[in-house]
Design a protein around this ligand. Sequence first.
Ligand SMILES: *Cc1c(COP(=O)(O)O)cnc(C)c1O
Length: 453
Amino acid sequence: MNTKKFLLQEKDIPTAWYNIVADMKTKPLPPLNPQTHQPMKEEDFYPLFAKELSHQEMNQTDAWIEIPEQVRDMYKIWRPTPLVRAYGLEKYLDTPAHIYFKNESVSPVGSHKLNSAIAQAYYCKKEGVTNITTETGAGQWGAALSFAAKAFGLELAVYMVKVSYHQKPYRRSIMQTFGAQVIASPSMSTKAGRKILTEHPNYQGSLGTAISEAVELAMQTPNCKYTLGSVLNHVSLHQTVIGLEAEKQMEMAGEYPDVVIACFGGGSNFSGLSFPFLRHKLVDNKDIRVIAAEPASCPKLTRGVFQYDFGDEAGYTPMLPMFTLGHNFSPSNIHAGGLRYHGAGSIVSQLRKDGLMEAVDIPQLETFKAATIFAQAEGIIPAPESSHAIATAIREAEQAKLEGKSKVILFNLSGHGLIDMAAYDQYIANDLQNYEVTDEEVARNVSQLEKII
Ligand SMILES: *Cc1c(COP(=O)(O)O)cnc(C)c1O
C-alpha cells in the first residue's frame, strides 16, 4: 500500500518560527515613514501594532523566534496539518510527477490565516490591548481573527471589502458568530471611507481602502491596535509553521520537492510554505524552485514594478519596498478575493528581485478548471485563491509528462472553498470570465508612484 498522508503529532508542532531575513544576504530595504520618507524604527510601529509584533517586523538577526506556549496550545486545535500525496490528481493527469499538498484547509476557519491571527491576538492581549481592528477581503482573515480575538478576550472591528460583503455573506455571518463587528468598506464611518464614497458612490471597495479605514479607526481609538493578515514580515514569520511541518513530512515521505508552489495575495501562505525550503537554498545552496501563483488580473510580481509604495489606498501606512501595481490599482472582481491586492510583501519582493524565486500569473477560468479537476480527483473543494497554486502544480506536472521526467511537486492548499460555492455556480453556468490587465493600465498606475528607489 502506498502511503496517502503524512501525519505528525502535537509534540511535532514547531517550537520556533523561522525568520528568513536573518539568512538573506541582501536584506529588504527598510519601511519608510509615509510623511517624512525617513527609514522607520521599531518604536515607530508601536502606535499601530503590538510592541512584540513591531519587534518581529524589524528583526533581521534572529533566524528562530520562539512560539509562545499559549500560541502553541491554540495551534493544537488543528495542527499539525496533514501533508497529502495527491495520487488521485497524479492519476487524472497521467503524469510521472509526484504531487504533494499541505492541507491548511483543515483549520477551524478553513484557511491558513489562523496561524498568524492567534499569534497577533496573543501579543495584543499580553500587552494590555483591549480592541483591535482589521480589514478583510474574501473574509478569510476576518473569520480567523474573529475567532482569535474571542479566544483572547479582545473586541474586534472588521472592515470587509464591499464586493465580498455581498458576494460572500456567510463569511460575514461567521465573523459575527465569533462575536466580531463587521462593516462593509468603503463606509461612512471613517474619513478615508467618506472621501472615496463622495468621489465614487458605487465603489465596491478594495483591500487598500479597507486597510485605510481599519488603520484610521485604530489610530483614533484608545487601547486599540491594528492587525494585518498578510504582506508584513511578522505575518510571514508566523506562517512558517506550515513549511516547517512540511519539511518533516516530506522527510517522512522519503522525498524532497523539486518545486514548491503557493498562491499569492500579499505573500503570507507563500512565505509560510516556501521560506523553510528556501532556507536550504540560502544556507546549503540546495537546488529548489519556488513559484508564487498570482491572478492574471492582479499581477504585481510578474508585471508590477519594484518601488516604495503604500500598503493602503489612502496612504496612511508606512511605505514598503515592494513589487506593486500602484496603491491606486483597482483589481477586477475575481472570486479569489484574497488575491486582489496591489503589492507584495517586502521580503518576497527582495527575494524576487534577487532571482531566488519565480512567479506566474493565471487567468480566472484556468483556476476554476484546475479547482474542478482537483475536487473530483481528491474530494476537496479548494478555495478560489488556492486554485491558483493547483493550476500551477498542474502546469508543472504536465511539463514533467511532456519531458518524460519525474519531478516532486509540493503545493499549499491554503484553504477550502465550501463558502465560495456561489463562485463555482457561476463557473458551472459558464458565467465567469477572464480579466486582463493592459500594459497601459499598469504603466499609468505605477507612473503615479513617487520614485524613491
Ligand atoms: C488570504 C488567503 C490567501 C492569500 O493571502 P496570502 O497572504 O498571499 O497567503 C490565499 N488563500 C487563502 C485561502 C486565503 O484565505
